[in-house]
Structures are given as structure tokens and as C-alpha cells.
Write a protein that binds this ligand. Sequence first.
Ligand SMILES: [Zn+2]
Length: 349
Amino acid sequence: MKSQPTLRLTRALRLAIAVLVTLSLGLAPASGWAADGKKAGKSKRKAEPAAASQTRIGQGDKEIVFVAGGPSHGYASHAHYAGCMLLAKAIAENVPNTRAVVHRNGWPKDPKALDGAAAIVIYSDGGGGHPIIPHLDELEPLMKKGVGLALLHYAVEVPKGKPGDKLLEWVGGYFEVYWSVNPFWKAEFKTFPDHPVARGLRPFTMNDEWYYHMRFRENMEGVTPILSAVPPDKTRGPDGPRSGNPTVRARKGMPEHLAWAYQRPDGGRGFGFTGGHTHWNWANQSFRTAALNGIVWAAGLEVPPGGVPSKTPTLEELEANQDFPQPKDFNRRHVEDMLRLWRGEVENK
Ligand SMILES: [Zn+2]
């Protein structure tokens, strides 16, 4: 009888552990690792213990708030914080009258953090674990007020239902499972529309996990595709949540939209950009400019005639702010060659 309290405690502990295990199992597929991580290089080394934090850059009146998701796919993949820091810096330093705040590791804890935002940028994992899902109701009045919303890479994916409907309303499109697909492929961008977000873009090719066949608003109402390319037929795979479906396979040889601008009827703006799996890609000028233009436009600001200017980050700048330590066998030379090639492409045009 004496041991009963201990037993009770043990039972309570077991129950707590069981609940935690169930919760984490339930969340695992939704958190994106299973969804998007299949083809990603998994880093065996652990992520840096990145505490929630915020970094402010610049002093201007127009505030762009970046929500950077936590560590995800290993070194230099889904490098949400490192990517947000590069983009935030580029905007605050080059677009007059702007300032940027970057929140690390998910949604800001301070409920007032979004109050002064001209646009909110989310670069995070998505799916059922998308950081926006618990905050849809608090975003509603901000979106009504005309605050812009820009989503990068996996952050374009939310579950069908209320989250999907809200992204259709605020951003004009989203990644819907069993409709959209997420292959890696080299996209060739040859022409661009006459739209502020396309300013300064020059033809370029880019290998990325370019999701395509988004669920867009009916008849593309208010949606202007900014980056479009024809995916290789082999990327239109067999049936699966993110691999293919009859509609995707029926579109062989047709262009797909990988970034888009959305003008809401009430004046607010949205921007979606499906690339951004690989961190080094931010060093490609047109790739980076498309994202910067989209964010600045979503904030209701004027995109300069040549696009948002920004210096190409150096390899050292790209290596900064990563969530994971650099692997010992990291091939620096390979990345340097890629950066040199991209610089050459720009200079030769
Ligand atoms: Zn990815």
C-alpha cells in the first residue's frame, strides 16, 4: 500500500509520456520533415540551439516583419533564418523609408509584434505545422487593413479547408496536397510579365525544389504569374499527396507558375514564391530580386524601375546565420564555382 503514491506518479508520468509521444507522432508528418524532407539531404549534425529572438534592421517608417521558421532540413536547406536575414537586410538597406524585423524560430511571442507591419513575410516549413494556422483569426483584421502577406517556399503549403481558403483570400494561391507537386528541377525563365514585381528580372535558370500547380483563385482572378517555366515531363509523377495526379500529368509540356503576385479586391496584396529550398540560390541576382520585389510590392511600396537593388551576398554572408553547423565535408569550392557562374551570367548580359 505504501508504494501506491509512487505507482500513481509512475502512471501519471507514463500517461504524460504517452500523450507527448502521440502528439509528436501526430505532428511529425504535418511538420514537413516527412513531406518535404524525403529528397532533402539530411544533416546528421544537430542544429544550433537557436533561441527565439528578433533582429531589427533599419529605421524607416514602413516595417516589413519576417517570420522565420525553425531549423528544418539540415545545413543550407530551408535555412529560414539565414534567408530572412539576407532579404531583410537587402530591403532595409536599399529601399528608402523601410525597416525590417526578423523573428527567429517561428511566430513572434509578442502579440503586438505585427501591429506596425506593412507586410508580413513567412519563410518556414508548412503543411499541418504551418506557423500561421493558430493565428488566422488575429491576421484577419490586419489583412482587412491592407497588410501584405508574402510566403516563401514550403510556407506556401497549408491544409485544405480554413487555412487554404484564407491563403486564397490573402495571397491568391497556395500549395494544396493531391493537387500541387514538389519536385526538384531546373527551371528556365525566359520571359516575364509587365508587372512591378517582374522589374529588373533577366532570363535565368535555377535548380530548386520548385513546387508547381498551386491551387489558385478561380480564373486566376487578381493573380499575375511572375515566374513561369515548363517543368520536365518526368516531374509530373504518379499519384500521391505531392508527387502527381491526373490533372498535373495532363499538363505535360505546359508552363507552370512558380511565383505570383495577388492584388486583393480591397487593396491589400499577396505574393507567393515556391523556390527557396537551397540557401545558396539567394546569391542569384534575378532569383533574389524576384523575391525582394514581391515583398516590397506586397508592402504597398513602389518597386524601382530596375527592381529592388541588392548586392550579391558573398559566400561568407551566405554562411552566416545558419541553423545547422557546416558539415566537415562541405564543398566550398562547388558553391564558389556556382556563385562565379551566376555573377558571370549577370555581367555578360
Ligand atoms: Zn524544400
